[in-house]
Design a binder for this molecule. Structure first.
Ligand SMILES: Cc1cc2nc3c(=O)[nH]c(=O)nc-3n(C[C@H](O)[C@H](O)[C@H](O)COP(=O)(O)O)c2cc1C
Length: 452
């Protein structure tokens, strides 16, 4: 029988940057919401805090990097993977949530020294650090931004009591401005010591009894996904209509980042972040074409993942296609994608819960790396423990079947780590009951209906 840990310790070299992750683990993006925020004074938003630095220091120690004497004694390899930050916004008044980090070229300062501290913390044990960049487009609560911008004026339907403003369609000049903002933010992070950038791009999958009928669909996502989705992109110019037109902004961003950074060793990646399962959508062929376009554009790896918000894949009533039999919600999609990519690596994130499930996914060739998110908020040192052979599965939890609740619990654990507090153990039924009681009190009834 193959050695599962040994496989997960193998390095991966990225085709375009030539950079190497020294093991098969990637800490997937999780919005930290630990930056400064001011409602009325946008320049006071988005600055990295001490808490953010502490969070990345903690993940660096356990996430993948380890100077543990036993490991070093048995091998001269150093076991380090990739840490991706939570989404960083490129415009101070277009946030995904309050407390987001921001790198906006209009701000008087983007705090390069603070970002250098974040990079130092995340890299302190040898991991590569990648900053995830984002613009929410129309998908932002009306309380945060009543006047969102988007490809077309298609309003986001209200979800769980959250209302959204009617977006203003971006002009061509506005689109060019956004492309340059992504590039600018990448260059700020590059100068601060980041090893690469990830652009978040949400797709929506449609589950089907037959794999051949599997549909992928982009809607309800952030700005770049709103360009891809026909339902949110009604444009008649070169950014709407054909698939290539709808992907154009993403490809321009990749090119602009290369121009701004001017270092071929800078990693560029894209997260195809799926959300829920709907009837509409682009088909598998089209989604694979998007991935091929990204490979042609020089994207080092494509992370395939699952949703995080209300109607997500984590709902057992609506399970994704591969979770019943294997770990990794998106393994089947990754398998379809794999033969079409000659160079770009694939990272599958979502649903990995055992060391064997992780190593099987790698050994069967569906994915090059294993992305982990929620398990790393409960146990920030999980990867280190798996690589040492001290753990073979992630911590369980006692939550009822509520995807959003588990999401909020992870967000709470992120805040605890950032604040240097003990992490709440949700494998303890009392802690879960107390957490649910607090949530019911603190959040509006409509959202709580969506949660419970
Ligand atoms: C608290 C929290 C915040 C998240 N924030 C982001 C984000 O900023 N960007 C992103 O692409 N995905 C985000 N995700 C999704 C995760 O990266 C990941 O795709 C998802 O949780 C599935 O992986 P898991 O089963 O290992 O948790 C977030 C998830 C959680 C739980």
């Amino acid at each position: 029988m193959s050695d599962p840990i040994g496989l997960l310790q193998q390095p991966v070299t990225f085709p375009f940057s030539g950079r190497t992750a020294k093991n098969r683990f990637l800490k997937s993006a999780m919005s930290e919401r630990l930056a400064t925020f001011s409602t009325f004074y946008p320049p006071g938003r988005g600055r990295p805090t001490e808490e953010l630095v502490r969070l990345y220091e903690t993940w660096a120690k356990g996430d993948i990097g380890s100077s543990h004497p036993i490991l070093l004694k048995h091998s001269n390899r150093i076991f380090k993977g990739i840490i991706v930050t939570g989404n960083i916004q490129i415009k101070k008044d277009h946030l995904e949530a309050t407390g987001n980090t921001i790198v906006d070229r209009d701000l008087p300062s983007n705090y390069p020294e603070d970002w250098a501290e974040v990079a130092r913390a995340a890299k302190s044990e040898g991991s590569l650090v990648i900053g995830q960049l984002n613009h929410p487009g129309r998908q932002v609560s009306i309380n945060i931004q009543p006047y969102p911008e988007a490809p077309s004026d298609v309003e986001h339907p209200s979800t769980g009591g959250v209302l959204y403003g009617r977006p203003t369609p971006l002009t061509i000049a506005g689109i060019n401005d956004i492309v340059q903002r992504f590039a600018y933010a990448a260059s700020v992070l590059y100068k601060a010591g980041f090893d690469g950038i990830q652009v978040k791009f949400r797709l929506q999958h449609r589950t089907s009894p037959s794999l051949n009928q599997l549909q992928l669909h982009a809607a309800h996502g952030y700005l770049l996904s709103q360009f891809l989705a026909k339902s949110t992109n009604m444009r008649r110019d070169e950014y709407g209509g054909s698939l290539i037109n709808r992907t154009r902004i993403l490809l321009e961003i990749v090119e602009a980042i290369k121009q701004a950074v001017q270092n071929p060793c800078f990693i560029i990646s894209v997260k195809l972040n799926s959300q829920d399962f709907t009837q509409e959508g682009i088909n598998v062929e089209e989604s694979i074409m998007v991935a091929e376009l990204l490979e042609n554009a020089g994207v080092d790896f494509i992370e395939v993942s699952g949703g995080t918000y209300a109607q997500t894949i984590y709902n057992s009533r609506d399970k994704p296609y591969s979770v019943e039999t294997r770990e990794g919600y998106f393994i089947q999609f990754a398998e379809l994608l794999r033969p079409h990519l000659k160079f770009s690596k694939i990272v599958v994130t979502g649903g990995f819960r055992t060391a064997h499930g992780m190593s099987d996914a790698v050994s069967q060739g569906a994915t090059d790396m294993i992305g982990l998110a929620r398990p790393l908020t409960a146990e920030p040192h999980l990867v280190r423990d798996i690589l040492r052979g001290e753990k073979n599965k992630v911590k369980d939890d006692k939550f009822p079947d509520s995807p959003l609740l588990r999401f909020v619990a992870s967000a709470a654990q992120i805040a605890e780590i950032g604040n240097g507090q003990d992490i709440t153990d949700f494998d303890n039924a009392f802690n879960v009951a107390r957490f649910i009681a607090i949530m019911q009190k603190e959040i509006p009834a409509t959202i709580s209906e969506a949660l419970f």
